[in-house]
Ligand binder design. Sequence first.
Ligand code: CAA
Length: 382
Amino acid sequence: MNPFVGATERELAGAVADWATRLAERIPAAEKEGTLPRDLIAELGSLGVLGMTIPEADGGLGASAVAFALVLEELSAAWPSLAVGVAVNSGIVAGSLVRFGSPAQRKRWLPMLMDGSGLGAFALTEASSGSDAASLRMTARRDGPGWRIDGRKQFITNARYAPFAIVLARVGELDPNRTSAGITAFVVPLDAPGFSIGRAERKMGLRASDTSALILEHAQVAADAVLGEEGKGFAIAMSGLDGGRIGIAAQSVGIARRALDMARAYAKERKQFGRPIADFEGLRFKLAKADSDLAAARLLALRAAWLRDRGRPFTREAAMAKLYASEMAQRATHAAVQVLGGNGYMRDYAVERYARDGRATTIYEGTSEIQRIVIARSLLAA
Ligand code: CAA
């Protein structure tokens, strides 16, 4: 029987943690090759994990945001590269379609996010628009009954696995006084004429996760490719990122937790000066502080998810969770490397990979600086 159907939030997270124990042996080769094994994506699909945020009426598990945060923590603890692919697929991509898709769009696209045949992509960032997302340059023009899209996206997670991407493009001229005006979200299938995948990035961490460019050269899409209302795409992207930021907070918690678990185990084993290094107060205080920070970050992530589940505003709380948890993950993973000393710096011990993988969390889905802007705007508007 599928252990994921009808499970409570904790049971879901526990089932994912059990499933993820099989990943360890697959990670070194996949990180070296820079690919996520397709069979594991397919397994996550058949277990229902990829569709866990999608309502039951659309064929998903209909799990809560709290459950998704707990599951992402487990997947991230096991393998951050796989977790980010799932976070984007089942978080911002699925969430945008569920909230803004027409019945026909939901019916057509949601099964592809659930069945394990691939992982969806969300294409907002361009070479000249990162933090200033509203300054994007990709254009969409009416062309016969449909649209023609031109431009280039960069740093797109899952591009190589995606059956389709949600692409943000500008309809009409750029209004320098209101740059977000005209931005429209489109669902662009991989096989759309003029749509291709560009260079895969070589990254510091998360090496098995795909990060590639998307190129749209006179890409032809049908009239029904518009997601939500024409001109309202920026709000779709921003509200999608609100949810995505809970996912990155949960990811940060998972990464930090596993790095600290490794540090704790090592400190109890490793002897110097005739006793386990865990006996030394300098190290005990370091671990105690990191464990307290970890618990605080998890609570912030779960608070944002809980608010979301209740239909309450959570933009500020998601930004706080992402800011605090991602910065906590930097401290925790670097503390873990330090506890392992020379061994922590060596690739034979996975701690160095967690430190490299965790580095992305203060950057993607909005840098720490952007989270501070979001929090301050909300705080001062109140
Ligand atoms: N929900 C809904 N609508 C929102 C919103 C939200 N959270 N935030 C803003 N909006 C709306 C505003 O109400 C406003 O609407 P009107 O014009 O109708 O009034 C419009 O969007 C513009 O808002 P702002 O004036 O606040 O926009 P801004 O240009 O000042 O930008 C920003 C705000 C917060 C800095 C935003 O640009 C931002 O979040 N930047 C970071 C981008 C980012 O996170 N990129 C990550 C890329 S995706 C990724 O990393 C995924 C991955 O692969 C892992």
